[in-house]
Design a protein around this ligand. Structure first.
Ligand code: GLC
Length: 730
């Protein structure tokens, strides 16, 4: 049973409900519909102010000037009949002014505290400007690197996305939504958007209910149980039904099953896009379908204000529904303290880019970086002369990543700037060679050779401009774009050690680049403080600890490939390489199993993978029993030892496999993780508690339960290896 912010009947809640009911009783139908209408700021003009005075607008988005916010707020509070304040929303996805690593990067930290701290900084910087509501966290499970919005996601795993999504909500909302460093969170995009066919944004999805309940829905529920007060519908039609018109999702699951009592906002015109989906015949039909499905607030398409009154009169939409939607909206405004204090204090000194915020962002960038390869070239030494090569070495704008509206690129500390400021005694030569990631001009390749020739080591910064990921920016080819791979090969041809540093919005297919790099440090666009973080990692002041929140495929053709897949009836066995297949080979159905002739059945790097300068040894797996009953807890312990001479952090992961179920079950599922710090030579015993609830899933009868049977489990450093144990659930 979920417990949301509003269902605890404490005095505050009773007082709030009394206030809301009293206000609702004074509202006309026009007033109510006005609260359900959200407009985008397109200039402060008479048309807008007239609508606000008439109570036709309940919310605005993309207004960020505190003075303008106070102007529209004053109009609402002083010049409209009931004086209901507006709720102001903005996309604050990974930072407002101080920009943090993109969510996919923060997910690589496997550290809920890092994620919570980042959200708190963002909330502080945004609320002080008068913004009350952010359209985040985005909890779309993403198994397709072609999809540009994988950048905004917390990766491919339901368990990880659930834990980190709850931390984001906590960071945004804190313990008191009315405080001046809290934002109302908005969990999006409900639901299944990350499964857009072909990884092409806005495309249809075809997720059956059981998979929806086992993989795509749980992170949303966890975020709601963490107190998220709003939720946004997704653009996709699932099995033909657009989410903004899907009452099964919005009423049956969200309201009846989960008891969600916040409010639901559509995505940008996602309601009117039901016309394009061919799901609504006209805008009036759009309003009816959305209202009857359970959308409380309409983002920018204005069908509610145009048709809801008529629909109520025609009894095609119930007034009871509208009253509930308006209650949900008013309760969030109440919890935000907007009725007590709707205005922003414009005299307040901004906390944007404060040293504390910048250091919090640096910490996040450090923990978000993933060391994928290191053949004894890292850490670097400050007495090495470094050739800094590549278009991402000083990319102030692109380093921030996608979904950055308010971050100022002039605050970005790029790797070049960071070296100049933080490592003044390091000798380096800087040659970008390419002006941006898509640049195809190879004219300056010779300059790269010259620079590397004069240096002891080359550090090559490659990747993606920020615009190559994010909304509406899917790619069918996810190799390093342009001539970057050629540049890397030219650098390697000089015979010096080569460190490849990638900044990208997605896992790129970098297998063909690996032979030309002795070390690879991967950063999902690391944000404002990416530069200092990267050098501190490369010089060993920090020890890499990031782990992959998403599978790195060898070829784009392997997509979708994710670690928690089903076993199939023919899991890959013997895999011939293409060259091993004789000419005129006879077709046979014997011994055939599931793999690609050209790229096998394994990814380049698995979910949960990441190296360190330390070396961690796992031993001593202990289970409290080899069987547990329903209601009992299995204690799982293992010892992790740092057998190196370098202190470091390790993300210890617990995976489970349900060997037989009423439906085929994944070969592995993450059921626990903990990040531990181990000094050189230090050992720690890690303990996980595993309950039947965590083993429960929606089975053949679509009921959620933990089915009796045998299980395997692993405790290890990633999804492909670990100490193996077994137990049974009776
Ligand atoms: C966009 C996005 C959504 C965002 C909204 C408001 O189209 O899909 O994530 O919050 O519109 O900008």
């Amino acid at each position: 049973m979920s417990v949301s912010l509003f269902s605890q009947k404490d005095n505050g809640t009773v007082k709030m409900e009394r206030f809301v009911e009293d206000l609702l009783s004074k509202m006309t139908l026009d007033d109510k519909i006005g609260q359900m209408n959200q407009l985008n700021l397109e200039g402060i003009n008479d048309t807008l102010l007239t609508k606000i005075k008439a109570g036709q607008i309940g919310s605005m988005l993309n207004i960020t000037d505190p003075k303008e916010i106070n102007l529209v707020q004053e109009t609402a509070v002083k010049d409209s009949r009931l004086g209901i304040p507006l709720i102001i929303g903005r996309d604050i996805i990974h930072g407002f002014k101080t920009i943090f690593p993109i969510p996919l990067g923060q997910a690589a930290s496997f550290n809920p505290q890092i994620v919570e701290d980042g959200a708190r900084v963002a909330a502080t910087e945004a609320r002080e400007r008068g913004i009350h509501w952010t359209f985040a966290p985005m909890l779309d499970i993403s198994r397709d690197a072609r999809w540009g919005r994988i950048a905004e996601s917390l990766g491919e795993d339901t368990y990880l996305a659930g834990k980190l999504g709850a931390a984001v909500v906590k960071g945004f909302q804190g313990n008191d939504l009315s405080s001046d460093n809290s934002l109302a969170a908005c969990v999006k995009h409900f639901v299944g958007y990350g499964a857009s066919e072909g990884g092409r944004d806005y495309n249809s999805t075809n997720i059956p209910e059981r998979l929806m309940r086992n993989v795509y829905l749980p992170p949303f529920r966890e975020a709601i149980e963490a107190g998220a007060v709003t939720l946004m519908t997704s653009f996709n039609d699932n099995d033909g039904i657009p989410s903004s018109g899907n009452s099964f999702l919005l009423k049956d699951i969200l309201r009846k099953e989960w008891q969600f009592d916040g409010f639901v906002v559509s995505d940008w015109a996602s309601m009117s896009e039901m016309l394009s989906h061919g799901y609504a015949v006209d805008r009036k039909d759009v309003a009816m379908l959305a209202a009857n499905a359970g959308i409380d607030m309409e983002m920018v398409s204005e069908t509610y204000v145009d048709y809801l009154k008529e629909l109520v009169t025609e009894k095609k939409v119930s007034l009871a529904d509208i009253d509930n939607y308006v209650r949900n909206i008013l309760k969030v405004k109440y919890r935000l303290g907007l009725f007590d204090n709707p205005y922003v204090d414009t005299s307040k000194v901004s906390t944007a880019y404060s040293e504390r915020h910048l250091q919090t962002a640096r910490r996040a960038a450090v923990e978000s970086a993933i060391l994928l390869k290191n053949e004894d070239v890292l850490p670097l030494h400050v007495n090495q002369k470094i050739a800094i090569i590549g278009p991402m070495a000083d990319a102030k704008h692109d380093q921030m990543g996608t979904w950055v509206f308010d971050g100022d690129k002039n605050y970005t500390v790029t790797p070049l700037k960071a070296l100049q400021r933080g490592y003044k005694n390091v000798s380096f030569i800087y040659e970008p060679i390419l002006n941006y990631s898509r640049d195809k001009n190879k004219t300056f390749f010779e300059k790269a050779k010259k620079a590397v020739g004069e240096a002891d080591v080359a550090v090559v910064f490659l990747g993606e401009e920020s615009i190559l990921s994010g909304e509406a920016h899917s790619l069918s080819n996810i190799n390093l774009i342009g001539v970057q791979s050629e540049l890397l090969q030219v650098v390697k041809s000089c015979g010096k050690p080569v460190v490849l540093v990638v900044m990208a919005g997605r896992p790129l297919t970098i297998e063909r680049d690996l032979p030309y790099a002795d070390a690879v440090l991967y950063n999902f666009h690391p944000g404002t403080m990416g530069g200092p973080a990267i050098w501190d990692l490369l010089f060993g002041k920090e020890n890499p600890s990031g782990k992959l929140p998403v599978t790195f495929v060898r070829e784009v053709g392997q997509i979708p490939m994710y670690y928690n897949h089903n076993n199939t009836g023919r899991p890959a066995q013997w895999i011939p390489t293409l060259d091993e297949i004789p000419t005129e080979a006879q077709q046979t159905s014997l011994g055939n199993t599931s793999f690609y002739l050209d790229s096998g059945d394994k990814p380049l790097f698995p979910f949960g993978y990441g190296l360190s300068y330390s070396k961690f040894k796992y031993s001593g797996l202990q289970l409290s029993s080899d069987k547990i009953k329903q209601g009992e807890t299995l204690m799982v312990k293992a010892t992790v030892k740092n057998v190196s001479n370098v202190d470091g952090d390790e993300v210890v992961q617990l995976y489970v496999r349900d060997l037989v179920g009423s439906i085929a079950r994944p070969v592995k599922e993450l059921k626990g993780f903990t990040k531990i710090h181990l000094k050189a030579g230090e050992s720690k015993q890690v303990e996980f508690q595993l309950t039947p609830e965590e083993l429960a899933f929606y089975g053949r009868d679509l009921q959620k339960k933990a089915e009796a049977g045998d299980f395997k489990l692993w405790v290890g450093p990633n999804s492909a290896e670990g100490l193996e144990g077994g137990f049974s659930l009776q």
